[in-house]
Design a protein around this ligand. Sequence first.
Ligand code: C2E
Ligand code: MG
Ligand code: MG
Ligand code: MG
Length: 275
Amino acid sequence: QAKARGRNGFSFYAPSMTGEGVERLRLETFLRRSIEKDEIFLNYQPQVEIDTGRLVGVEALVRWNHPELGLIPPIRFIPLAEDTGFINQLGKWVLHEACRQMVRWQDAGLHVPKIAVNLSAKQFERGSIVNMVADILRDTGLEPQRLQLEVTESVIMNTGDAMVFINDLHSIGVALAIDDFGTGYSSLAYLKQLPVQTLKIDRSFIKDISTDVNDEAIAIAIIQLGKSMNLSVIAEGVETEEQAAFLLRHGCNLAQGYFYSRPVAADDMLVRWKK
Ligand code: C2E
Ligand code: MG
Ligand code: MG
Ligand code: MG
């Protein structure tokens, strides 16, 4: 029943291992080499102001295209990367690439006000996440205020020093958003103490916003909470005009979702948004 993983990700398995386990191991092996093999890239999903349609930012979303397995969605490889520790390398690559891309767009004549990058809990456990971010900002020349890091409620609540790191990140000028807001267990007391600028309403509440009274109530409550705490609120997963209209009517003027744009390649941002 030997199933151990060494510090450098080396693993071995007993013959009794299930097919699923073998598949996972294969994926792990491929994943570890994905960056050096140039299989990892980013897509960018626009964030817009509902009433004007203006571009206010983008969210960077990681993609893995394996030559044999094809495009593998992040929900399949992020957890794997977290389990194996590869997330540290991957997260750093993502952050660097995202910041670099902001500068490339600028040079190409497109001003994207802000880029949001997802952070996973494991990236906090290492400590010194602040140094990594500061190095990348210095290296790329991106202004810290134009970088927004997204963390979920569970990252904040379950990571020992998350509060410390978040305060450190704030002190170097980086913005912070709480992702999938409302789905984790959140403590409003924490919210009050944290230097957070943005709440992202999880898309599960947006989906049936105009038909499900509970979702409607939750969305409105989050918008109100944001307002009274002076935070900006953005809705995720906006797919229809009705959802956008509902949000606007209830005081949320920021949205991200297929109604505006799917996540796209860097160059496609120029096609659609460069004036
Ligand atoms: P997330 O951060 O909440 O990102 C939003 C997800 O919703 C993205 O899925 C996006 O493609 C999808 N989405 C956006 N608009 C719509 C819509 O209108 N309808 C529907 N059905 N979906 C929409 P994606 O790219 O598959 O990413 C899934 C999750 O994987 C992300 O959720 C995030 O938690 C994680 N992830 C993605 N990139 C990274 C990364 O670079 N680092 C880390 N740590 N996690 C990442
Ligand atoms: Mg996100
Ligand atoms: Mg989200
Ligand atoms: Mg999510």
